[in-house]
Design a protein around this ligand. Sequence first.
Ligand code: ARG
Length: 457
Amino acid sequence: MAKAWGGRFQQETDPRVEAFTESISFDSRLYEVDIRGSQAHATMLASVGLITDEERQQICESLDEIRGEIEAGTFAYSASLEDIHMHIESALIARIGDVGRKLHTGRSRNDQVSTDLKLYVRDAIDLLDGLLLDCQRAFVGRCEQDAGVILPGYTHLQRAQPVQAAHYWLAYVEKFQRDRDRLADCRRRVNVCPLGAAALAGTSLPINRQLTAELLGFEAIAANSLDVSSDRDYMAEFVFALSLIAAHLSTWCEEWIIWFSTEFSFLKLPDAYTTGSSIMPQKRNPDVLELIRGKTARVMAAVPQLLILIKSLPMAYNRDLQEDKLALFDAFDTVKACLELTPAIVAGAQLQTDQIASRLEDGFLDATALMEYLIKRGVPMRTGHSTVGKLVALCESAGKRLADLTLEELQDACELIADDVYQVLGTENAMKALQSFGSGGADAVADRVKHWEEAVS
Ligand code: ARG
C-alpha cells in the first residue's frame, strides 16, 4: 500500500518494519476522537478559505460514514497503514480523492495525535468522575445501614481507638473526593488545545487555532508549538491520579480481605463477588478484592513507564511517544473496571456486627480516653500516658479490662481519678468521648454523614 509519506522513498518498507512500527493494534480506539478532531479541523479550514464549504461538507460526511463502518466492525485495518490517523485519512481519500487529500492541511500527525489523546483523556476523566461519585454514594449509603455500629480503629493493624462505622465509610468518601479533585485539576491542563502546532513549528498557512479549540471544547490553546509536540505531562499526571485511585481501592480491598478471614470474621461478602476453590470445597475466596489489589500494580507501573519514556527525549516529537498509549490505556481500563465493580461489593457486603461487638472490649480501645480524662484533670500528657501504660500492664497481668479496675486500683495509679472515670471507660464510652471536628465520635460523624449525604445526592 502506498504510504502517505512515500514521496521521497525509493524502496518499499520492510514488512517487519511495518509490523514493528505499527500502532493500529492499540490506537484504533482513538477513532472517535480522531474523527471529532478532523471534523473540527475541516470546519476551521473552510472558515479561513483553505478549503471550500462544499469540500468541508464532503469531508465531514465521509468521516461520519467511516465512523459508522468502524462502529459496525466492517472497517479493514492493516499494519501497513501504521496508525488510526493514517487509516482514517486513507479511507477518506479512497472515498473522495483529492478533497480528502486536503484534510491534513495545516496540521501534522504530531499535533493530531496529541489532540486525540487530550480529547480521549478528557472524556476518560469525565467518565471516571462519575464512577468515583458512584463509589462515594455506595460508601455513604453504608452509613445509615450501619448506624450505631462501633468498629475498632487500628494503627499498625493493632487495636487503637474505637470509631463509628460511618467514620470508616466516610474515610473512603474523602479519599475519593480528593481523587475527583485531582482529576478535575489535571483536566485543566488537559483542556488546552494542541491542534495547529503542526509538526513542531506551527504553519505558514492562515489557520485559526482559536476556532478549532472552541469547536472541540478546549478552554485555551497551547502557546508554544515545540512544547506541544513533545508534551505528555498531562498524561503522566493523569496516570498518577489513576494510581492514587487504585491505591485507595487496593487498601480498601486489603482491609476487607483481612476482615473476611475466619480470624477476623468482620465481614460477609455477597456470593456473586466471591469465588470457590477447585480442590477445597469449603472455600469462598475474595478473588475480586485480591484482583483489584493485584491490578493496582499495573496501574502504578504506568507512572514510571511514562516518566521513563519521556525523560530523555530531545525536543520535539519523537517516535518513542507512540508507546505512551500502552501505559495510558491499560491504566485507564484497569481503574475503570475496578471502579465499576466497587459500588456493588460495598453495598452488598455485611458487617458481622455480633462478631465485631463480641470482641469490642478487647485491646484496650479506651486507653487513650482514660489518658485524656487525666489530662482534663490537670495531669501533664506524658505523665498521663505513662500512668495509663502502667494500668494497662496491670490489667494484662490480671486478665482484666480497664473498666474492671476498682476505683481504689485506679486511684493508686493517680489520685486525681474520681468516680466519673467510668463514664469514659469501656469502648462505647471511649467512642462517645471523642468530640473534635473530624473525629470518629458520634456527633462529629453525624455531621459529616449529613454533609456527605447532601453532597452526593
Ligand atoms: N503513530 C504515531 C504515534 O502514535 C503517530 C505520530 C507519528 N508522527 C510521526 N511524525 N511519525 O505517536
